[in-house]
Design a protein around this ligand. Sequence first.
Ligand code: ADP
Length: 206
Amino acid sequence: MYKIGLTGGIGSGKSKVADMLAHWGAAIIDTDVIAHELTAPGGEAIEPIRHQFGPGVIAPTGALDRQAMRELAFESPGARQQLEAILHPMIGLLTQKRAQEADGCYLVFVVPLLVESGRWRERVDRICVVDCDPDTQVRRVQARSGLTSEAIGRIMSAQATREARLAAADDVVLNDGRTDIDELTRRVRELHDFWCAQARQAGSGS
Ligand code: ADP
């Protein structure tokens, strides 16, 4: 299948863009959604995480306590790597499995840290970046999650810069503070039509 890697900073609008593409017939695999499944109550990663970090990072519901984990990762940088060592191989396997089962006019991998991980370039035909100014990112994430601007700032500083992401992009969707939903929809539709045409061309072997 023709493959798109969709990325962007936290709050840039990746999920919103992915929802539009799914609605028009693209197959979507969101690595964040997979990570949430793995760390939901009964998720495959819960026992390895409990074993590694102790019961303090597991909420009473049996899910990963994200807040506790974030604090732990902030206090000890090694914890973040240990968590990634547990999660990344599981995310990789599930992503592969779902890609094999995917059905759509093309396949979109939504990967928040695509530019940072460096392994995606060769796995996708095009990289699409949802581009947003940092102030708008903070505002959106605050409205969505209630995290403090300091906590959001910490997450953002662990992510690639806007410039680094744009440098890796084949296609860009501008979704900053001045972009309304109609304008976003128009731009995403334009890209969807382009990718469908590319996918058809790739599929016909020409
Ligand atoms: P990401 O997946 O990149 O973290 P989301 O797609 O979840 O970002 O978007 C973050 C929040 O901002 C969501 O609540 C979303 O509905 C909202 N949002 C995204 N783009 C726009 C826009 N152009 N106008 C208004 N709200 C937006």
